[in-house]
Design a protein around this ligand. Sequence first.
Ligand code: AFP
Length: 329
Amino acid sequence: MQTLAQTLATQAIPASLAQLLQTLASTSVAISNAVRRGALAGVLGSTDHENVQGETQKKLDVITNEMLKDALRADGTVRALASEEEDFPVVLGDHGDYLVCFDPLDGSSNIDINSLVGTIFSVLPAPQGEVNEQSFLQSGRHQVAAGYVLYGPATMLALTTGHGVQLFTLDPQSGEYLLTNPAVSIPKDTAEFAINMSNQQFWEAPMQTYIGDLLLGKIGPREKSFNMRWIAAMVGDVHRVLSRGGIFTYPTDHKNPQKPYKLRLMYEANPMSLLVEQAGGKSSTGYQDILDIQPQAIHQRVAVILGSANEVATCLEYHSLDYSEEPEL
Ligand code: AFP
């Protein structure tokens, strides 16, 4: 089986990008080891800090953030990074071709229950001259690479450099990522959806109606039965979508009017959308392709609907209807 290095050598990408991706991959091997040791390494539980998103940081959020920061600083190809766990971008040096955005440990609330977590990353070109927060505000179409590492029963890396999506499995013996799927392809149709149903009363009309119709199964307008899954780590839910299709959504909700969206554009929505598009799927807010959004801030959040192309298209049809008429009593 091909190693990650051998696979990257077959792609028309600059040597500096291949080096950076190797650095991200080898750091993820160290993260995988820390995650696997869990309580034995004393890494479970929370800190007494909140991140800029107002969420209490887990010890592993902080540890993995530092591991990635140190590795990217030493790599030399990265001018600055933006992390879900950092208030502001961190400038690493005055040379290097890339900016990196990452969520060091997605789904960290799963850590204490020994369930799926992962690392998500997005690589953008660095502009000429000084870099600052503004430099990161590039739409997802500018990403030169994106991927995630899933720390599950096996540690797996999903990667795109714009040449489709490749899936690698970590060989724990050699510490190498080996190519286990050279061309991931998301089935166009599906009978599986992923959404946090507990927020149902707070969704807007299009999502209420769409999910309502899925739940009606064979007796509803869709005339087929749907199954539901929810991992509470986007990395796990998107991995399932890449593996066997499905639709995943974290839609707009009004549970907290100050925070109508949950997922972060730069660390979650953009890299996952590039992977999904490169694997033949579709990704949208309901009204706009996620990859076309012009970011306004690095910690910006968005509504996300992604997955099997035909199912996402159906969901978008519900978003194009007029819900202003009061329902008949
Ligand atoms: P954390 O990394 O802060 O735990 O959040 C994970 C996440 O942003 C995303 O990965 C999940 O899809 C989503 O939150 C789960 O949210 P719920 O708490 O609503 O299940």
